[in-house]
Design a binder for this molecule. Structure first.
Ligand SMILES: *[C@@H]1O[C@H](CO)[C@@H](O)[C@H](O)[C@H]1NC(C)=O
Ligand SMILES: *[C@@H]1O[C@H](CO)[C@@H](O)[C@H](O)[C@H]1NC(C)=O
Ligand SMILES: *[C@@H]1O[C@H](CO)[C@@H](O)[C@H](O)[C@H]1NC(C)=O
Ligand SMILES: *[C@@H]1O[C@H](CO)[C@@H](O)[C@H](O)[C@H]1NC(C)=O
Ligand SMILES: CC(=O)N[C@H]1CO[C@H](CO)[C@@H](O)[C@@H]1O
Length: 403
């Protein structure tokens, strides 16, 4: 019998003991490096920047300003690419493989100034001016706040720091939702985004499959009760358990089983570097809030792209209307490139057609279908560096040359 680690984990996930120990990233398995260290290890200059959001969270941005082994002048003007990870992930999403196989490094080598975000709640961004992650208030957020506060503060910070007017944005999964919702609401901010590259884009999730589909549909009531009982807590795997899994999955015989288990969540992977599954699992899943997952499950049910639903009275208090406001994607006018695959069971093709292509018709600059990419293959897959990232880099050669 194959013990389905991830099913068990899903229950372990919801644990109340929080404080994540940075140690895992520094010392435990030699493979579990902290993100800037991974950069240094591959010969990239790296910087850590702290951003304070309007609601007082402190976030870490990681920067690779130069090419591999280049004599680095971080103040030299280069096109900026801002990379935003997805749900239950963190900045590691962009540097999971070898140097010429990971988006963060491939873009740096192509001459971009690479900035990598870490959303509130992830291990690098568990700080707040008023209180720490042990306080329930800390975990009172969903992607809605990441969109409203984290994204805006981080983008404005990067532009100020580099004295530039705009940047190229690369988002994966929830990282696309964060941008869709912001662009729909904020005209001023939209001007700062030159192009939006959306990997495995998600807006509505009515057709989501896999584990999320099960919880959002079949087990909805159960999921709601389970999550509703822990409204303000982190959704994270205890460090020790994560270390154990990472270790187990780095063993040859376990690699396929671990991959199969991940496939149950996001579509059967075809492109992982099997010998690095343990490394991926050292960083992913990364912590987020239970409320974030609750918000996603609400969207599976409502089939809308709406703000968090506090119930009728709660919504009246929060939004001044009984239903949570819906983001109007037809308001978006930023040139957007979509990269998606029929094999991705989270960013479902039908959802992309219904909620993104049809609404953003006038502003979609490219819609590129990839064969056989599962949801995580867009970042962890070793073929993305030859099939996907060069497309983005050259989509706008003209744009960058005229830059
Ligand atoms: C959580 O955030 C919501 C929305 O900002 C707010 O109405 C609510 O009072 C907060 N709850 C706690 C416990 O902080
Ligand atoms: C997989 O990763 C290992 C290092 O972790 C590396 O030695 C190997 O070349 C990689 N394989 C592929 C196919 O990229
Ligand atoms: C975009 O809009 C045009 C005209 O309104 C329509 O003919 C076309 O089918 C639309 N495309 C998509 C993908 O919805
Ligand atoms: C990455 O580098 C290795 C060895 O230097 C090379 O064999 C491989 O083709 C490169 N991959 C890409 C996508 O450029
Ligand atoms: C392929 C593509 O999207 N090319 C665009 C790059 O940017 C220039 C200038 O902004 C556009 O004119 C091209 O259409």
């Amino acid at each position: 019998m194959v013990i389905n680690i991830f099913l068990i984990l899903l229950f372990l996930l919801i644990n109340e003991t929080t404080a994540i120990d940075d140690e895992c990233y520094l010392t435990v398995l030699s493979q579990c490096f902290f993100q800037p260290e991974i950069g240094k290890r591959f010969g990239y200059e790296s910087e850590v920047h702290l951003v304070r959001t309007k609601d007082e969270y402190i976030l870490e941005l990681h920067r690779f300003p130069c090419k591999q082994k280049e004599k680095c002048d971080p103040s030299a003007k280069r096109p900026i690419v801002f990379m935003q990870h997805g749900l239950l992930a963190d900045g590691f999403s962009w540097i999971p493989n070898l140097a010429n196989q990971s988006a963060g490094f491939v873009f740096a080598d192509a001459g971009f100034d690479v900035w990598i975000a870490n959303s509130r709640g992830t291990p690098a961004s568990q700080k707040h001016i008023g209180y720490g992650p042990e306080n329930q208030k800390f975990w009172n957020f969903t992607w809605q706040e990441m969109s409203e506060f984290d994204l805006t503060s981080s983008v404005y910070y990067v532009l100020k720091e580099t004295k530039q007017e705009f940047l190229y944005y690369l988002g994966h999964s929830q990282g696309t939702m964060i941008m869709f919702s912001r662009l729909a609401e904020d005209r001023e901010f939209s001007k700062k985004i030159r192009h939006f590259h959306a990997l495995a884009p998600v807006a509505t999730v009515s057709h989501i499959g896999g584990l999320f589909g099960l919880f959002g549909k079949q087990f909805l009531t159960y999921a709601e009760i389970l999550l509703g009982r822990l409204p303000y807590s982190p959704l994270s795997i205890p460090r020790t358990v994560q270390k154990m899994i990472s270790y187990m999955c780095s063993k040859f015989l376990m690699q396929n089983i671990c991959t199969l288990d991940i496939g149950f969540i996001d579509g059967s992977e075809k492109q992982f570097n099997q010998s690095r599954v343990g490394v991926y699992l050292c960083h992913t899943p990364a912590a987020t809030s239970v409320k974030d997952l609750q918000h996603w499950i609400q969207l599976v049910k409502s089939q809308k792209v709406a703000k968090f639903d506090y119930g009728k009275d709660g919504n009246m208090a929060e939004y001044g209307q009984p239903e949570p406001p819906v983001y109007d994607l037809t308001q978006i006018n930023t040139p957007t490139y979509l990269y998606w695959s029929g094999d991705d069971i989270l960013a479902d093709t039908q959802d992309i057609r219904d909620s993104i292509l049809s609404k953003m018709n006038k502003t979609i600059a490219g819609s590129i279908e990839l064969p056989h990419y599962s949801h995580m293959d867009f970042v962890f897959g070793i073929n993305a560096a030859s099939e996907l990232y060069p497309v983005m880099i050259s989509t706008n050669n003209t744009d960058i040359i005229s830059f």
